[in-house]
Design a binder for this molecule. Structure first.
Ligand code: DON
Length: 584
């Protein structure tokens, strides 16, 4: 190479490092598989919605354009998803909404389902003390549902934190219209409905509505849901209480009674959404704020972050076996605590303060060796368990003022209990399976849970949903994120946070990077398809870890980050799924 060529090469290298791409590309062990191709986040100056459904994201943007704030937008998005994403979007389920206002106030709305009054510790056991399967059990059919909280949660959020510029009826309207006029079925929805045809076909009303009477909906076909539209209309005219006391409530209670369900009109009347105080920690100086019980999400996330703070993850590298090892050991310990200590804190004592204490994490960290995997048997005794399904949904909203909502809600299993309440178009949840139906025996997610999470009348089942905020060191919002995935939710959020803080990923890269999961029992690391190199696998195996590849991807995270300096909202919808962020 002559001097002239050398000069131009150097110039090119220099130009590259001052180009806009430069901050995304850092040299060092942090670079690797995890930072391979990832689209750039969606950008918007004012408001942004990141959700799993394009139509719902646009509904939220529309609300903000009309003067609504992030809470108003979130309510409209939640109702819209009940129409366009019936696997998890819902009126018949529940969830958690974290709200952070521009002035820094943060709160958590708990609209988790409540057990009907007729439920009790052994309600899902047969005469021999074994778990009931099928109809009558905690997973499908009329007895699987907790009293839905979504409508009450949205009402509480609107009353206390809405902008006041848009009414309840106005926020319900986009969903009503989508249900009444119909919307073109997306490829993802058509596929999902078909994939669940066996269970959805068990109940005539569900089969008629969700499977087009057995003929299925094709991609692009317009799907109308007139009963659901009528339910929204009643809610618009008579307010949220209509769902719990009016005709909708009576239709639900009548259908439940006719089919041996547990839920009564009294249960519906008695449902209350509650405001909770979020749990907090700092991770390397950045404040992390998340959901308290009855979700285990925030406390387990914080316990893991506290443990990991003592490891130099940055120097290990994003997709390195060392990082996975340290992470797995943190996951193992925090999930063992979850099984033992967590439940609805309104009913049982949950030592949240102790679990999220940094000195407790330090004690746990001392038990971690970097040269050998612990076994879950030594961390705490338990029984191995089975596989997991994948439906819940998270969305994040940021408005022009900087208010933010991080909301995860669900029917539990995809399409919940698979039962549509006659005359309402409402698909019911199977959230009762999140209780320890038989303490010590794994639930649908293979999770072992203890007496603190046993079924009791009016109690809320323990959740793993983890809607979360992370702040910059000056106390302003940096990013908000959450995901579906049962117990994997907490680990997904953990990895997104450490991807950003330890590995300098932008929000889209952090969401897209491969993830692993360990939940104490079964004692195995699960990784995603294409998610781990062969030598990383072998390195972990040689430390004593057992590894299993998941049949599919893990989670469907949706986050928004505020760009430093410009304030631009960066929306990231998980590349694993069909979601799309929208902004203005
Ligand atoms: O509350 C919970 O933790 C579960 N009901 C969430 C279920 C879920 O995420 C299902 N799949 N993705």
């Amino acid at each position: 190479m002559n001097a002239r060529q050398t000069f131009f090469r150097l110039l090119l290298v220099l130009l590259f490092f001052v180009s806009p791409a430069a901050p995304l590309l850092k040299v060092g062990p942090g670079a690797g598989v995890a930072r391979a191709a990832s689209r750039t986040p969606a950008r918007a100056r004012r408001g942004m919605v990141a959700s799993t459904d394009r139509t719902a994201s646009r509904v939220g943007v529309d609300v903000m354009k009309r003067g609504g704030n992030a809470v108003d937008a979130a309510i409209a998005v939640a109702f819209a998803l009940a129409v366009t994403y019936p696997a998890a979007g819902n009126l018949g389920g529940g969830g958690f909404m974290m709200i952070r206002l521009r002035d820094g106030r943060t709160t958590a709305i708990d609209y988790r389902e409540m057990a009907p009054a007729a439920a009790h510790r052994d309600v899902y056991l047969d005469e021999r003390g074994e778990l009931k399967k099928g109809e009558g059990g905690s997973l499908v059919g009329y007895r699987a549902s907790g009293v839905p909280g979504t409508v009450a949660g949205m009402e509480l959020a609107l009353k206390k934190y809405g902008s006041g510029k848009l009414s309840w009826a106005q926020l319900v309207e986009p969903a009503r219209r989508l249900a009444a006029e119909g919307f073109p079925v997306s490829y993802g929805l058509a596929r999902s409905l078909r994939a669940n045809a066996k269970d959805l076909g068990l109940y005539p009303e569900t089969k008629r509505i969700h499977l087009n009477g057995g003929r299925f909906y094709e991609e692009g076909q317009v799907w109308r849901q007139p009963e659901l539209a009528a339910t929204f209309t009643r809610m618009q005219r008579l307010g949220a209480r209509e769902f719990y006391e009016g005709r909708t409530a009576r239709l639900i209670a009548d259908d439940m009674r006719a089919h041996g369900g547990l839920m009564t009109l009294e249960d519906l009347k008695g449902y209350v959404a509650k405001e909770r105080v979020p749990v907090r920690t700092t991770y390397r100086g950045f404040e992390v704020i998340s959901m308290p019980p009855p979700s285990s999400g925030g406390a387990v996330l914080i316990e893991m972050l506290n443990i990991l703070e003592g490891f130099d993850l940055r120097n290990m590298g994003a997709s390195a076996s060392e990082r996975y090892h340290a992470q797995t050991e943190a996951m193992r310990r925090a999930f063992a605590d979850r099984a033992e200590y967590m439940g609805d804190a309104d009913f049982v004592k949950v030592p949240v303060a102790g679990l999220i204490d940094k000195s407790y994490a330090e004690r746990l960290r001392r038990g971690i060796s970097m040269s050998r995997a612990s076994t879950s048997a030594e961390v705490k005794a338990g029984r191995p368990a089975g596989a997991e399904s994948e439906e819940t949904t998270h969305f994040t909203v940021v408005d022009a003022e900087g208010n933010c909502v991080s909301n995860t809600y669900t029917l539990n299993d995809g399409y919940g209990s698979k039962v549509v309440m006659k005359g309402t178009g409402i698909l019911m949840n199977d959230e009762m399976d999140d209780f320890a139906a038989k303490p010590g025996t794994p639930n649908m997610f293979g999770l072992i849970q203890g007496e603190r999470n046993a079924v009791a009348p009016r109690k809320r089942p323990l959740s793993a949903m983890t809607p979360t905020f992370v702040l910059r060191k000056d106390g302003t919002l940096w990013f908000a994120v959450g995901s579906p995935g049962g117990p994997t939710i907490i680990n997904t959020v953990l990895q997104v946070i450490t991807n950003v803080i330890d590995f300098d990923m932008n929000i889209q890269q952090a969401v897209d990077a491969p993830r692993i999961h360990h939940q104490w029992l079964p004692d195995e690391i699960v990784y995603e398809p294409y998610g781990m190199s062969a030598d990383t696998f072998r390195a972990l195996e040689s430390l004593g870890h057992r590894l299993t590849q998941r049949p599919r991807y893990m989670g469907d995270a949706h986050g928004i980050m505020i760009e430093e300096g410009t304030g631009v909202r960066l929306g990231a919808s998980d590349s694993r799924n069909y979601g799309e962020s929208a902004g203005y």
